[in-house]
Design a protein around this ligand. Structure first.
Ligand SMILES: [Fe+2]
Length: 464
């Protein structure tokens, strides 16, 4: 009997898997903080003998090599991936025996050229007649066939996107053709990951048969699928560019030892040097009081993606949090995307962090306040919409200035003078943006409201 245990990483929208037969275990696409995998294997009473990657990841630094080394396990990667370390190369059609389980590699290009899906099978003895039957425990589809979606096909650059999109369609159809409807599907992406082409409904399990009925890649013809896929692709986090090179080089296990504490003078020195000092507390707390020049990136499931997207790569990062636990969680999250060394940290209250300087505050407001202030439609105050291109196209406040959050640091000069009211979809990105504008001396109000509430306030709306 084979058991599949998902290991969720909600901040990245990914799943890893521990697959075992009661003794031997295979780990698929482990995240960098492998202590979670090692603890799960120990709790389950199994030994990790194999670690496999479905593809060279673009959205996180892998824990695969470090886990394989720690567990003395074989590390399976596509033979075509140009890695600079020893591994067990696998190719289309290869069979690997893992205890009583058998892994079969299926070339499934689309998300990347060398993407592999893995089918894990085992013999099962029927309870009634004692007949031995081969059963598929699951197909691990990485970034190919997801729940109701597929992995994005634009991560290797614009020149490759069209060819990869067609390949993605063919790979999904191959899986549907060669596997039985009952085969459980276990993707890596698609749980909020930007690696997914679209965000699917919250689904926690599926089969080939169910995907055949519901997944656009399997219900649409090739041309329609490719057209709608390409139309739906929006920007991906800038830090992705650094992940594949790190993964091909063979990343070591992260150092999660606590960062050194910083006092008010050190924080001020770091801010004045242009380093990033990031406040992890929720946006209400940040608005009520924060150290001038710090950036608000509240520690929730959006934290790592947006911080990784916006921070100039290599900039020293200092973390401010309510507690050492909050700082430790943030440290783990950024280690997953390859930000390895936290320069310093401080916990407690902003009054302590600010020292002799005054604590700053940020005005938060609702869309109704913006309407009452006479915002947009070319008037004052300036309304800044920091959502992504496709969100803007769906509908926006008439007369608003549109600069997606990830482009804001390079485009601040485009903002008209005067007070800026900044909004997004729910308030997270608006406060990130407001903190960055305030740090540059702009007078700013953060709209902390759901965009769905905007139209009812009387603000004029338009579609792009
Ligand atoms: Fe991926």
């Amino acid at each position: 009997m084979v058991e599949v245990l998902p290991i969720e990483t909600p901040p990245l929208g990914d799943r890893s898997y521990l697959v075992h037969d009661g003794e031997a275990a295979l780990v698929i696409d482990p995240q960098r903080d492998i202590d979670r995998v090692i603890a799960l294997a120990a709790d389950t009473g199994v030994r990790v003998t194999h670690v496999a990657e479905t593809h060279v990841h673009n959205d996180y630094v892998t824990g695969g090599l470090a886990l394989a080394q720690a567990a003395d396990a074989a590390y399976l990667l596509n033979a075509d991936d140009p890695v600079s370390f020893d591994r067990t190369p696998v190719r289309e059609g290869d069979l690997v025996q893992i205890g009583r389980m058998q892994l079969r590699a299926l070339a499934t290009p689309g998300h990347t050229y060398s993407h592999l899906a893995y089918v894990v099978e085992a013999d099962v003895v029927e309870a009634g007649d004692g007949v031995t039957r081969r059963e598929i425990a699951g197909v691990f589809t990485g970034g190919s066939l997801l729940y109701g979606s597929t992995g994005r096909t634009d991560l290797l650059g614009p020149d490759a996107t069209a060819a990869l999109s067609h390949a993605q369609w063919a790979s999904a159809h191959r899986l549907a053709r060669e596997l039985p409807d009952t085969a459980p599907v276990f993707p890596t992406h698609g749980f909020g990951s930007f690696c997914s082409a679209t965000q699917s409904e919250a689904t926690s399990s599926s089969t080939i048969g169910r995907e055949k009925l519901t997944n656009p890649v399997l219900t649409q013809d090739e041309r329609s699928y490719v057209e709608s896929l390409l139309a739906g692709l929006d920007a991906w986090p800038a830090y992705y560019a650094h992940m594949a090179p790190a993964n091909l080089a063979g990343p070591a296990a992260p150092d999660l030892s606590p960062p050194r504490p910083a006092d008010a003078a050190e924080l001020r020195r770091r801010i004045e040097a242009g380093e990033w000092v990031v406040d992890l507390r929720d946006r209400i707390a940040f608005a009520a009081g924060h150290v001038p020049g710090t950036f608000s990136f509240p520690l929730d499931n959006r934290f790592a993606s947006y911080l990784g997207w916006l921070i100039p790569w290599g900039t020293p990062l200092t973390l401010l949090g309510d507690s050492p636990e909050q700082v430790a969680r943030a440290q783990r999250e950024v280690a997953r995307i390859g930000i390895d060394r936290i320069a310093a940290a401080a916990t407690g209250r902003p009054e302590t962090w600010a020292g002799e300087r005054a604590v700053a505050s940020l005005r938060l407001a609702k869309f109704g306040d913006l309407a009452a202030a006479g915002g947009a439609a070319g008037g004052r105050p300036v309304v800044l919409d920091v959502r992504r291109r496709l969100e803007w196209a769906e509908g926006h406040i008439a007369g608003a200035v549109h600069i997606p959050l990830h482009e804001l640091p390079g485009r601040v000069a485009e903002l008209p003078p005067g007070e800026v009211w900044v909004h997004c979809e729910s308030g997270y990105r608006s406060v990130v943006a407001a903190s960055m504008l305030a740090a540059r001396g702009r007078r700013v109000v953060g709209v902390n409201d759901d965009f769905a509430n905007a139209a009812a306030t009387g603000l004029a709306m338009e579609r792009a």
